[in-house]
Design a protein around this ligand. Structure first.
Ligand code: 0A1
Ligand code: ZN
Length: 865
């Protein structure tokens, strides 16, 4: 609950070291919902069992309710008390049946946690602690129960009634109502509970599992959206087969349903047998979804499905273990996506996400280990660190173990912990048992925050033919962790001959587990060039003394595509950092390297399109002692302009070649062509070519798919031509009824590099289609603006004020979503004193707001520490 107190008294801190097993277990629960958007009555019958010989009362979590009825063993019971939100009952024996009744109000639930209304339907979100907003229960993931659910609702308004598990029975009730019963045979924590009541239609299919069982699949949406569910349904079937093949995991119920809702705080939720999705990760057709949307849909559908084993069958003991399910499941969905198209491009995208979202988190006031030690509000820990760095940690273990041992170890893990609530350490122990490898020191990845920096210097003595690579690691202090133990860093290395381009060594996996190490290579007869952290084998920052000539060389010759991309990125970064810090830079090496990449006929177009992109403004900013956003913007624009001008002919022909594709198909080759087309268009515009806006506008009008249309719109919205206004109007009118596409309309403008973006964004916040109540819409404007480094940090602090105003307003409706959007303000240490002062003042203003949620309190107070 939000109350006036929480801004005054700091919320309690929950600590990992305080974990105690539950006092009472609940093997079975029967729920009865009398559903209505205004008031829903929930009756819960819990079979409770004392877990050991203790004398403590039964404590059931709630959130803002008081029970309207309590029965113990069938008898009315008055001897209960509320301790804050917790219902406490003294019980004499070791086994009892407890019945409670509460009344809840879905249509007043703007937090979108618990049971809420979205687009006229009713749905639930219980992770992490939403179940207590539905009924009284021990709301912790290590209490696993078998659920029976009965729902009654108006048949007309809510013809479809879904819950976890398998449908058991259904029928008519009085007054135009009907009922349905569902039973889930698999014991689960309450965060995996779900129900949906609504006017929905299903796209149905079946999947036959590896042991020959037939599963009924359904994707439930508004009837009008059914044609947009084909891609998600196909992705689900592909993911189910992939998990059988790659991890030996078979689905376990007779039905698997997915429901899409428009109002959702995160991406999607893996409720047992009944996944609930943000509609942006389900709905797609060529006219409304980009290739990136299609890819994200497949990845999220797979992610939630994979949770059935990594999360549901084996769940988490407590919320400090969140990365046990999330890091592992992200790693699994990354593997799935890599297998669907270009694995190299997928790795590039994943590393880009890590650097954009996780590295800054690890370097800022909200840094935490992938297994945190404490929290005030667990919702604040659904972070890039838990998810994406967590996936990198699993990836490193997979690399160290090798594929066969890794698979044997995951088999062991699933087998040993099936039906239980496990810890990160249980997982690591299985990796050790399955492989015989000692991971004692590796465990620092679970306890220490911060991104390690590895310096690499290569010496070569031509006389003796010996090359020496000197490596050193250090990790800067993070909040609460002044000193770090050395990490275990699996670094893939290779040497190339700087003159001949020949491989001078095989790729080797070197474990850097001390502060420093020297590696020698003999028989090195020519000047060696170092390829290091190939495939991004460790999530670290490499600092090497490689010259631009060496980086240019690697960008053309390295046989690891990721390393090749990385060399180009480093060359670009070095050039941009020199431009910002020295005021000048030689653009020639970058131009030359990009030219070679474009001209190399052997290169996959999808890869080439990614390789020629400059690092983002904010990634360049992250390399600097103190970020000067305008200087970064100018340096990057200047390099873009030079690349555009000097390679004008190549961009034109890349554009023309990529445009030859006929009508829309979603295939790797067609995707690559569309990507190259947008990238080339961007460079044509950056060159200042007179006809750039015409080319973009023509593409915008002729496009038969959203990728080309939005690519053109983005180019126009970043440019000076008035055609952008026409394009924005056409886009708006064409899609005015489609919320997901309108999100793109808001987002594209919020991300614009134009001078007037802060003003445009302020105006858009007053647009009739803007609303903070819908999380997608709030993120598309307020969230996107916060990560637009140039616009957000424009001198004067208007951007900071804008963000703080909207966070304060959003906190009243939806604290979780507000708290997620705060981190850009917490980066004040990285900016000049004038900006830092303005940013801190906004954080202080947020903190001084009466009735602040603990979500926003935790984020803002930690950001000021
Ligand atoms: N477990 C989900 C993420 C998720 C977390 C919290 C939510 O509450 C609003 C919703 C979803 C996943 O990893 O997909
Ligand atoms: Zn997940």
């Amino acid at each position: 609950m939000i109350d006036a107190q929480s801004a005054l008294a700091s919320p309690a801190v929950i600590r990992r070291e305080d974990y105690q097993p539950p006092d009472w277990l609940v093997p079975d629960i029967a729920l009865d919902f009398d559903l209505d958007p205004a008031t829903t009555r929930v009756t819960a019958v819990l079979d409770v069992v004392r877990s050991s010989a203790h004398g403590r009362p039964l404590r059931l979590d709630g959130d803002g309710q008081v029970p309207t009825k309590v029965l113990v063993d069938g008898n009315p019971h008055n001897d209960w008390r509320m301790d804050g939100d917790t219902l406490e009952i003294d019980l004499p024996g070791s086994e009892h049946r407890i019945e409670t009744e509460v009344a809840i109000h879905p249509d007043r639930n703007t937090q979108l946690m618990g049971l809420y209304a979205s687009g006229g339907n009713l749905c639930t979100q219980c992770e992490a602690e939403g179940f207590r907003r539905i009924t009284f229960f021990p709301d912790r993931p290590d209490v696993l129960a078998r659920y029976s659910v009965r729902m009654t609702a108006d048949r007309k308004r809510f013809p479809v009634l879904l819950a976890n598990g398998d449908p058991i029975a259904s029928g008519d009730a009085e007054d135009g109502r009907h009922w349905a019963e569902w039973r889930d045979p698999f014991p689960k924590p309450c965060y995996l509970f779900a129900l949906v009541a609504g006017d929905l239609s299903a796209n149905r299919a079946t999947f036959t599992t590896m042991s020959g069982r037939e599963v009924q699949l359904g994707i439930w949406v508004r009837a009008a959206d059914l044609p947009k569910t084909e891609h998600a349904l196909a992705a689900l079937q592909t993911a189910m087969a992939w998990d059988e093949r790659v991890y030996g995991r078979e689905y376990d119920l007779d039905v698997f349903n997915i429901v899409a809702v428009d109002d959702f705080n995160f991406g999607a939720m893996e409720n047992k047998g009944l996944n609930i999705f943000n509609s942006r990760y389900i709905l797609a057709d060529p006219d409304t979804a980009t290739d990136a949307d299609y890819d994200a849909i497949a990845a999220v559908v797979a992610h939630e499905y994979f949770h059935n084993w990594s999360g549901n069958r084996v769940t988490c003991r407590d919320w400090f273990q969140l990365s046990l399910k999330e890091g592992f499941t992200v790693f699994r969905d990354q593997g799935f996506s890599a297998d669907q198209g270009s694995a190299a491009v997928k790795r590039i995208e994943d590393v880009r996400t890590l650097r954009a979202a996780q590295f800054p988190e690890d370097a800022g006031p909200l840094a935490h280990p992938i297994r945190p030690d404490s929290y005030m509000e667990i919702s604040n820990f659904y972070t890039a660190t838990i998810y994406n760095k967590g996936a990198e940690v699993i990836r490193m273990m997979a690399t160290i173990l090798g594929p066969d041992s890794f698979r044997a170890s995951t088999d062991l893990y699933f087998d040993r912990y099936d039906g239980t609530a496990a810890t990160c350490d249980d997982f690591v122990r299985c990796m050790e048992f399955g492989s015989g490898i000692d991971l004692t020191q590796f465990r620092h990845w679970y306890s220490q925050a911060g991104t390690p920096r590895v310096s690499a210097a290569l010496d070569h003595d031509a006389g003796s033919g010996r090359a020496t690579l000197r490596l050193a690691q250090r990790t800067a202090p993070t909040p609460g962790q002044p000193d770090k133990e050395p990490f275990v860093l699996p670094l893939k290395l290779k040497l190339f001959g700087g003159e001949t381009g020949a491989a001078l060594s095989n790729e080797q996996l070197f474990m850097l587990d001390r502060p420093t190490a020297d590696i020698t290579f003999d028989g090195v007869t020519e000047r060696p060039v170092l390829s290091i952290n190939r495939g991004f084998s460790a999530p670290v920052i490499i600092e090497s003394d490689r010259s631009s000539a060496d980086l240019k060389f690697l960008s053309a010759h390295d046989d690891d595509p990721f390393a090749r991309y990385e060399a180009m990125q480093q060359l670009m970064l070095d050039t941009l950092v020199a431009a910002v810090t020295l005021g000048r830079a030689d653009h020639e090496p970058v131009i030359d390297a990009v030219r070679r990449t474009l001209e190399d006929p052997a290169l996959d177009r999808a890869f080439a399109a990614e390789a020629v992109l400059l690092p983002s403004d904010s990634f360049v900013g992250d390399q600097l002692e103190m970020v000067d956003p305008e200087a970064v913007f100018r340096a990057r624009e200047a390099l873009r302009r030079d690349l555009g001008k000097h390679l004008a002919g190549l961009w034109r022909s890349a554009y023309a070649n990529a445009s030859q594709a006929g009508t829309f198909v979603y295939s790797p080759a067609a995707k690559a062509a569309r990507r190259m087309r947008s990238v080339a268009l961007g460079y044509i515009a950056a060159s200042g070519a007179e006809d750039a806006a015409d080319v973009a506008f023509a593409q915008f009008e002729a496009a038969d798919n959203m990728t080309d249309r939005q690519g053109a719109l983005t180019t126009l919205v970043n440019g000076k031509s008035d055609k952008r206004i026409a394009a924005l109007d056409i886009f708006y009118n064409r899609y005015s009824g489609d919320a997901l596409v309108l999100d793109k309309w808001f987002q594209t403008q919020a991300l614009s590099m134009r001078d007037d973006t802060p003003q445009v964004v302020a105006d858009l916040a007053r647009h009739p289609d803007f609303s903070l109540a819908n999380p997608n819409r709030a993120r598309s404007l307020v969230g996107a603006f916060g990560v637009n480094q140039r616009a957000f940090h424009m001198a004067g602090g208007a951007g900071y004020r804008f963000l703080a105003d909207h966070l304060i307003a959003l906190d009243k409706l939806n604290p979780q979503t507000a708290a997620k959007l705060l981190p850009p303000l917490g980066r004040w240490r990285r900016f000049d004193p004038a900006r830092a002062t303005l940013m801190k003042a906004e954080l202080e203003r947020i903190l001084a707001t009466p009735g602040l949620s603990k979500d926003l309190f935790e984020q803002a107070s930690k950001s000021l520490e």
